[in-house]
Each structure stands twice: as C-alpha cells, then as structure tokens.
Design a protein around this ligand. Sequence first.
Ligand SMILES: [Fe+2]
Ligand SMILES: [Fe+2]
Length: 475
Amino acid sequence: MSSIDYSQKIPNNVGLSEDRTLQRALEQWQPNFIRWWDEVGPVGSTNHDVYLRTAVSVDPQGWASFDYVKMRDYRWGIFLNPGDASRSIHFGDHKGEPAWADVPGEHRANLRRIIVTQGDTEPASVEQQRHLGLTAPSLYDLRNLFQINVEEGRHLWAMVYLLHKHFGRDGREEAEALLERRSGDENNPRILGAFNEATPDWLSFFMFTYFTDRDGKFQLCALAESSFDPLARTTKFMLTEEAHHMFVGESGVSRVIQRTAQAMNELETDDVTRLRAAGVIDLPTIQRYLNFHYSVTIDLFGADQSSNAATFYSTGIKGRFEEGKRDDDHVLKGRTYPVLEAVNGQLVEKDVPMLNALNEVLRDDFIKDSVAGIGRWNKVLEKAGLPQRLTVPHKAFHRNIGALSGVKVSPDGRVIGESEWQAQVEQWLPSRQDRAFVASLMGRVAEPGRFANWIAPPVMGINRMPVDHAYVRFG
Ligand SMILES: [Fe+2]
Ligand SMILES: [Fe+2]
C-alpha cells in the first residue's frame, strides 16, 4: 500500500502530500472504506460505467468534471473552501475573537461529537439506498442515485479527514466506527433515527432526498458558520454537492405527480383503485409518504429544548442557518423563542430561552424551506387543472423526539386519543398495503430514454446531455 501516492490518488486541496502522518492514516483507512463500499454499497453495481460528476476543485466556475466511471474507482477527494486568515468568530461568547484553525481543548469533545454525528449520516444513506439500483425507473434516475451515493461517500471522507487531522487517536477510532455501524442494525445502528429507516422504493428515495437531504443542508449551513474554521470550510464545499441531491428529490416527486395527474385526466377519475390499476401512484399515497418523511425528518433537528444546543451555539461550535444575515446581537442571551407543548389536550405556544430552543429555530427554518417545494408540487396539479392539493402536516404530527413525542396529533394539528390515532393512522401514514402497491410498481427500466409507467421523464438531462443518453452502461 505504501507505494500508492495518495496526493495523486485522493484529489485534494489540503496539501495532503506534505503531511506524511495524515497521509498514512488515511492510507490505512482507505481500504476499509472500499471494503465497506463493497459490502453495503450499491448492490451489483461494481462493473457499471456510470456518467458521474466528480469534484475536482473548489472553483465555483468549474468544480466538477463529468465522465464514465466505475463507482468503486470514484476519486473521493478532500476539499475545503478557500480560507480567510482574518476570519473572526461572529456569534456566541467568543464573538470577535479569531476563528480557530485547530480544535480548542475545551471544545474537543463537543466538536468531535458533532462531526461524528454528521459523518454517520453519510454512509447511512448509502446503506439505506443500496437496493434501489435494481429497480431504477430509468438510466437517468439510476445515474442520479449513483451520483448521490458516491457523493455521500465523499462527505464521509470529508468528515473522516477532519477526524484524522484534528482529533488524534480518538479521531481515528471514530473514523473506523463510522464504517462499522450499519443502518437499521439492531446491535450497532446508525446514530440518528431517520437514518435507520428503510428506503425500500423510489417514492421513498425521492421523499428522502427532498426532505432528509434538506435536513443535511440545514445542518451543514449551521456548521458552515462554525468557529472551527476547517469544519466551516469543509461543510461549505459539501453544500455545493447537496444541491443536486435535493434537486433529485424535488424533481423526482414532481415527475411522479405529473404522471399521476396525467392518468387522472385521461381516466377522468380520482378513484384510487382505478388509478392503481393504471399503474400510477394515487395522490393519497403520495400524501402519506410525504407525511412520513416530513415527520421523521423534522425529528432529526432534536429536542425542542436542549441545553446542548445552547452550549454548541454559545461556545461557537454551531451557528444558526444564515447566521451572518441576521440582524440581532448573535449572542441571544435573554431572548426567547416559542415552542409547542400539549396542555390539557391543546397545543399551546410557550416562550422559552432562545439559546435552549435553537434546535427548534433550525427546524422552523427547515420547515419554511421545505414548504416552498411542496407549493411547487402543487403547481403541477394546478397546471393539470386538478383541484387536489398536497398539504404539509402539522409540526406536532407523528413526532418521536422532544415534548411533542408524548402526544398523538393529527396532520391538521388536533391533539387526539390513542383510539382515534389507531383508527386513522392508515389514512395518514403509508400502510403496509400502500408500500406493497408502490413496491409492485418497481422494476428496472434500462433502455436509454425509456421511463417506468409511474413517472414522467425529466425536462432535461444531466450536464446538458439528452434525456435519452446512456447514463449507465452495464458491465
Ligand atoms: Fe451528504
Ligand atoms: Fe446528500
């Protein structure tokens, strides 16, 4: 192994070849990463040539190159956005002090925990999505799935680089553990709940990339404000890749809706049985998938009141979404923020110290952003001349974390009893029959330019290539 020149093999802008110790540490981790990829990465994909984007620099004008690549040979690189030596901390108790080029001892444990938690989501989603390639609705979609998979792999590299470079032996141990946990594993699961859920079909995949990759965006944006400068610069570059993941989700769901709307108009019906017989996914099922992924994803932001969130902010480890654009004091002491709680069967707002409510603040920013896309999905229905609309469930619906986890709430925000919940839950969340029906539609379409019956083609291809380009060549 020692003869491999990783300064060539691992594209990077971090001067890897000048840091022999770090280079050796990553040399030792690299074959373990490949072993992990072979074991739980995309099933049966090893010999495919995939038309992939690879990050090659941090220049916004030309940061990626496109070419056919075997995924196992993807050049997972390490990139930090350019630094600014004069950057100063712009929030929390250290506001105005110079940003940290290395980890201050007193914040080491918290920073490590945050980096490990972020890092853990990256391989988790690859594991969750590993079977989907077998049932891709087109070569275009298959390529997008694989693109997301290799980039989540690169995001793991990004976090592992920080662990190896800045956290010594603990960091190396955490980097190994990131390859050992498994999504959904009873004994050694991934850290966060949503990353242990199955992604069994393509509707789930599109909902996941719309909602859960968007959670990633908000977490990365908050970390891009960090006083720990290498973390800020790493996450900033990760965000350039994340945009495509959310695009795949938004356009994917949009294309499913478009195809369903077309069938509804052709058959002049909204009858679920008839639409299912026509091989498209009925809107109530799409709504239930939306409800599920939305609620599971907003749980990822954590408890609505959290002393950890206050600590992360005050110590300067993690900022708010668009911290720099907010015109308050960026210290937040003495300020309050409303959170929800259930009192005597009613949801009521309660003002709590804002520092303790920063998970809720980030969750609300996420909600605003995700609601906008649901509005764009509804435009597809509107354009098709249909009166039906998708709705965003209430924030308190189907929560498993925080104060709201103790109550049952309907999608329209009524606190209800266990018996009403049981009676209605199959109207609100995907039932076993819904999932079985969606699964019955899944089957690989592998001819360039052809699309499964349940989804409309995209408006355009990838990197200005035509929609019917052979995005994957099977080997
Ligand atoms: Fe990621
Ligand atoms: Fe992502």
